[in-house]
Design a protein around this ligand. Structure first.
Ligand code: AOS
Ligand code: ZN
Ligand code: ZN
Length: 424
């Protein structure tokens, strides 16, 4: 299903007076509101194909209703989200869960829905039916060259699919590591992984980037071969200038200072992109901003400052992706919330006056520096986001409209209740 212009307009008309009151108040207090609105309009977040259905955990899966069962339906779901917020104009695909059978038709559908194909994701963390070798003891790190070769070939195949669709990046997340001390020779695992990544790197088309995602633990619980940003940075540096580190917010040990990691990676020109989510314990993959919104703001504050210092384009120069798993909420509502949380943090970061903050830092005025950050963080920027949506032809209250139109019931009518999205 898709929304009609009238449905959005009627919804917006009913909320307009209230919205205008809120927006007038905030725009009177914020300098450079038009520039902020323009940046918000340009800023797009990619939706991962695997977040459109209910993921479940290793204990069980409680399916949702009307999940997208085909790649076309996944695109339609993201297209629908994009109509609600005009901020999710990209999809991130996963092979083999999303093998494109007719790339030309998919590209056409994406163009109709105004969607781009963001980073492609490979999968060497599961064995697929008919596969010659198992990844039980790793993939790109494996002691057996034949297994490594299979994993390398898979990644190159993913690049080929991505090229057909017009994607320009590959994200590699490896489950490789070990569960027990002594299982692995760390140096050999690192060197094998580097050699394998090198072969994938050599297959990258000219305009492409490769993102090396790190993760502290899980599914391996003693060591992970790309376990932290330092290890990812090593691989990315050794590979070359098309290789970057990808930061998934849930992939750190507790209390890691992610904003500092981000600042330094940007400084070293090695930050490639993000997997946004939130967590209380580990790789929880919860809705962005649901647990630690101040941390998210601090990350965006570093991003804005660092990108501006390097003259980078906020929208195009980094990969902005969500990586989430949905167990209890409607995935589409959850994704609307996640995109909104990312944009709130971005807008708040845009409110920080870098010159004022710099002056406070140079004067060692710690209290003032904190005041500057918290004044931005405590500003309710939601009317600014709503105004950006209004101007872009999206909904003033996306979740309100989603519910008002009973979107999930419509999808169930179209697809049936028991469809299952392929993926996690
Ligand atoms: C796994 O923990 C990583 O976050 C991956 O980025 C991701 O969830 C996976 O590649 C989905 O396919
Ligand atoms: Zn991730
Ligand atoms: Zn993860």
């Amino acid at each position: 299903m898709l929304l009609t212009k009238t449905q959005i307009e009627q919804h917006n008309d009913a909320l307009l007076t209230q919205h205008q009151r809120n927006f007038e108040f905030i725009s009177g207090n914020v300098a450079g509101i038009d520039a902020i609105l323009k940046k918000l309009t340009d800023f797009q977040v990619a939706i991962p194909s695997w977040a459109l259905g209910n993921g479940g955990t290793r204990f069980g899966r409680f399916g949702g209703r009307g999940e997208p069962a085909t790649l076309e339906q996944k695109l339609e779901d993201v297209g629908l989200l994009h109509q609600f917020n005009r901020s999710s104009g990209a999809i991130s695909l996963h092979i083999p869960w999303d093998i494109p059978k007719d790339a030309a038709a998919l590209k056409q559908l994406a163009a109709q829905l105004d969607l781009k194909f963001d980073a492609m994701n490979s999968n060497t963390f599961q064995d697929q039916p008919g596969q010659a070798h198992s990844y039980k003891y790793g993939s790109l790190q494996h002691v057996d060259k034949a297994v490594r070769k299979q994993a390398i070939d898979h990644n190159i195949e993913v690049i080929k699919y991505g090229e057909e669709l017009g994607s320009e990046s590959l994200t590699i997340w490896l489950a490789d590591g070990s569960c027990f001390p002594g299982q692995l020779n760390f140096r050999k695992a690192f060197n094998n992984t580097l050699e394998s990544l090198g072969e994938i790197y050599d297959a990258l088309p000219e305009s492409w980037k490769v993102f090396v995602e790190y993760k502290a633990f899980e599914p391996n619980f003693y060591s992970t071969t790309v376990g932290d940003w330092g290890q990812s940075f090593l691989f990315a540096s050794k590979l070359g200038e098309k290789a970057y580190t990808l930061v998934d917010l849930g992939h750190h040990l507790p209390n890691a200072n992610i904003e500092q990691i981000v600042a330094l990676l940007l400084n070293e020109k090695k930050l490639g992109g993000f997997h946004f989510n939130d967590s209380k314990y580990g790789d929880d993959d919860l809705t962005v901003g649901s647990i630690k919104p101040y941390q998210l703001f601090l990350i965006f504050k570093e991003l804005v400052e660092g990108m501006d210092a390097r003259g980078m384009d906020h929208t195009r120069d980094l990969g902005w992706m969500i990586d989430a798993s949905h167990n209890v909420k409607d995935p589409l509502e959850d994704l609307l919330q996640s995109v909104e949380a990312i944009r709130i943090a971005y807008a708040q970061a845009l409110l920080v006056d870098p010159a004022k903050l710099d002056a406070a830092q140079e004067a060692n005025d710690v209290a003032l520096a904190q005041e500057i950050l918290q004044a931005a963080y405590r500003t309710d920027v939601r009317p600014i986001l709503a105004e950006a949506r209004l101007r872009a032809g999206a909904a003033l209250d996306p979740i309100g409209l989603f519910r008002q139109l009973k979107v999930r019931d419509q999808l169930v009518k179209e697809r049936g209740a028991n469809t299952v999205a392929t993926g996690l």
